[in-house]
Every structure is written in structure tokens, then in C-alpha cells.
Write a protein that binds this ligand. Sequence first.
Ligand code: FES
Length: 86
Amino acid sequence: MADRITVEICMGTTCYVMGGAQLAGLADRLPEEWKGRVAVKGMRCSGACQQGDRLGRAPFVRVNGELIAQADEGKVLTAIRAALGE
Ligand code: FES
């Protein structure tokens, strides 16, 4: 369980067009009780989208360093909840 969670949303072109754009406003939609405990920021393409079998699994998001493929809001919120120990 972590006190502070870092969420990094890939802002690279592949991720952005495959759904990252919808995740960009996630910080504003977090539950009130998580604010201050969850930091949401953008990241550059890590190259994950170009690795063989991972191609097409964009968008990628990292939650405390753990890479989530085909990320959507539900997956990211689940990962945050788990990282917070809730
Ligand atoms: S554009 Fe997101 S991992 Fe490459």
C-alpha cells in the first residue's frame, strides 16, 4: 500500500489517438477523497507501443511504475484503488 500514487498517461501519438486523449482529463474526475494522494501527469512514449506483441495495445498508462496496456478509465481507477490498498 502506498500513500502517494503517481499515474503517468502516455501522451505519445499512438497512445493519444487510441484512447489516451480521453484519459488526459482523468485528474479532474478522480474521487474527491483521492485528491492529494494521486498525482496524474503525462509521459512521453516509452516505446511500449512499438514492441512486437504490444503493438496495438495502446494506450499505455503507468500506475506507480506498473504498465497498464489498453488502459481505460476503469482499469486505471482499479489499479489506483489497489495501489492505495482500498
Ligand atoms: S505512444 Fe504511448 S507507448 Fe508509444
